[in-house]
Design a binder for this molecule. Sequence first.
Ligand SMILES: [Mn+2]
Length: 260
Amino acid sequence: MLDNSYLQKAVELIEQSSSILLTTHTKPDGDACGSVAATYDVLKALSRDVKLIFLSEVPEWYQFLFSEKVPVLGEDVSLEQLKRGRFAEPDLIMIVDTNSYSQLPRFNEFLKKNTKPILVIDHHVTSDALGDVELVDTGAAATALIVFDFVKYAKWLVTEKIARALFTAVAADTGWFQFKNTDSRVHRVCAELINADIKPMQIYDHLYLNFSYPRFKLMAGMLDKLELHLDDRCKCSRNYTANFIASCQLCREVLELRTV
Ligand SMILES: [Mn+2]
């Protein structure tokens, strides 16, 4: 858990900033998307001028967290525009779910020239210490748990929409509460989020029951190619992805799946 002095410094940074640029790591996963979506809504409720920028597309199955398309650096906004302050003129830069230059392609070039303060919220051990203030808790199963602690500490409102985004993030990073990082803190926070009137089963539908046709085809193909080794104790689907990419026109989704 974080020391209150860090949380207080982070609150002060936000209170001093009227415009904030918010981003996360490339190939954003559920924790990244949910933590960003929740942070965005928290900052908007505080009447901050918030600009979101992603470094690659939001996967289709997390798009329900955003009311409009999130601009992508290199596609909707050029690095030049960002560097020249033509996309945003932030007083503060917030980075969630990473603290590493390598996870921030192109954006890292902007960061190296940046003179504005940076607030990092992250749970990874790997760190380039990018932040002037860092809410880093490597014991947290998801960055969303730290965002939740931060919002609670600051006594900002957790709306149903914010709770839904945070729950999605925690559910994604714990494999819907099946991974070994699913500890009592995860369940305590999720219980509070459910009390904010979210519908976990609707989130489950978005994450696991809304697969596109090519994603189902990928799963079916992987099962079809399953081979048994080591006295049937090891099951693997050899060379499948390369074959699938060659035979499938919808490569983007497949490539995203490979990073999960
Ligand atoms: Mn995470």
